[in-house]
Structures are given as C-alpha cells and as structure tokens.
Design a protein around this ligand. Structure first.
Ligand SMILES: [Zn+2]
Length: 246
C-alpha cells in the first residue's frame, strides 16, 4: 500500500478545485466512463503550470488525500513518493499545448473504441454531443512509436497525442480509448459522459436505414455554446447523486 502523506501535496490549489476534482472522479466512475482504469485531472488554480490528479488508484475510490500535484513535465513534486499514473503525460502535454484547457478526462470507454479502429467518424448525432462538431481525430500511437504497448508513457507520446487533438474537444486513441478537454471540471465531465453516449447512439443509428443525419457545423457550434450556459444543472445533480452515497 502506498504511504499517505501527512500533509496534502496540493497546497497551491483551492479547496473548491480539490473537491470538484474528487467529485469528477466519482461521477465518471458512476457513469462508467472510467472503471478501474482512466483518470481525470485539473489544472491548478494556484499554479497554472501545474496540474492535479489522483495517485494511481481506481477513480471510484479517490479522496482529496489521494490527489497529487504534478509539474509541467508531469512529474510529482519532490518528496511525493506515491505511485503516479503511467499515462499522466497525456494531461501534462495537453495542458502545455492548450492554455485554455482546465480539465482533462482520459477514458477507455468501450463505446468509443469502434470509432478509433474503423473508417467511421464519430460525429455529433444529437445536441448533447454537439461539441464533437469540431472533429474527433484519431491518434494512432504506432505512427509515433512502432513498438508500443498502447500507453502514453512519456512526454514524447503525450506531445504527439496533443498534436493529434489540435484544437478539438476530443481525440480518439486507436485500440485504447479517448481523451476529452474542457475549460472547467464540469465541462470536461459533461463532454466525457456525452462523448460516450453519442458513440452509443451513433452505433445504434448505424443499424437503421441511413444515411444518418448528423448535426451541421453551425448547429454544433451554437448548441455547444448553449450547453455551456447550463453546465451547472447536470453538475449539481451528478455531484449530489454521487457524493450522497458515500
Ligand atoms: Zn489509457
């Protein structure tokens, strides 16, 4: 078992950010976006060049004491000997490439896997998935590193993933999962949950008589803005549902 630090190693971040990040981890586990694997992080509001994420732990079990603060190179601060997630470089390199990104979710959601291994593009099929209008590029790790274990286990791979993501909200990862970005913790959680739902619905619609009518780009853009204005509603609900059980 990992040793618990006497003091939290997240001194630079606000209590609200810490509470929201713990809630996000539990919410994403409850919605089965994360299972024993996957993780959510938040950019520190005290030190924007750093970010917070749990030590290597199943997301449903995360508490504030499990959070670690990682530097711009995705490494734990000196003195924090706890085991960090291998794939923390996903987060660190996206925060570096996308200054507006405040939270990131990396998931192995089964629903999105087909869209990373076929020619079928994941596209916004309904208004809750409208943020996907900006594109869902597929990161193929083999193009960066031929001999690989699918994991983004260093800065070089993280940088390549961030380059694939570009300015999109979601990047699919071939044979692995997805990573989504938000400008707040609630937005990243919302996008992760609804990317998974959009993938399920698109797969269902694909079985019916086509072609599928997706949202147009303008619908996607306008609906994304509208959803941003109502994020607090699902966030409050999800927090209450998730944290009340504990
Ligand atoms: Zn992964």
């Amino acid at each position: 078992m990992d040793a618990m630090p006497k003091r939290r190693k997240t001194a630079g971040a606000s209590r609200k950010l810490i509470e929201d990040l713990v809630a996000a981890s539990r919410i994403l586990a409850k919605h089965e976006v994360l299972d024993a694997y996957g993780h959510v992080s938040a950019r520190s509001d005290g030190r924007p060049d750093r970010f917070l994420m749990s030590r290597s732990l199943a997301p449903a079990l995360v508490t504030a004491a499990d959070l670690m603060e990682l530097d711009a190179g995705s490494e734990p601060l000196p003195g924090d000997k706890r085991k960090a997630f291998i794939e923390r470089y996903i987060h660190g390199e996206i925060y570096r490439a996308r200054p507006e990104a405040k939270a990131i979710v990396h998931s192995h959601s089964a629903a999105v896997i087909p869209y990373g291994v076929t020619r079928t593009k994941l596209r916004p099929i309904y208004h809750m998935g409208s943020f996907l209008w900006s594109g869902t590029p597929v990161f193929d790790i083999r193009k960066v590193k031929r001999e690989n274990d699918l994991l983004v286990r260093d800065r070089h791979l993280g940088e390549a993933l961030a380059a694939s993501l570009g300015s999109c909200a979601c990047v699919l990862m071939r044979g692995h999962g997805m990573t989504v970005v938000g400008e707040s913790i609630p937005e990243a959680v919302f996008r992760a949950i609804y990317t998974q739902m959009n993938a399920r619905l698109q797969s269902q619609a694909g079985l019916l008589e086509g072609p599928i009518e997706f949202l147009s780009d303008i619908e996607g853009r306008l609906s994304t803005a509208a959803n941003r204005g109502t994020l607090e509603r699902p966030w409050e609900l999800w927090k209450r549902e998730t944290l009340a059980k504990k």
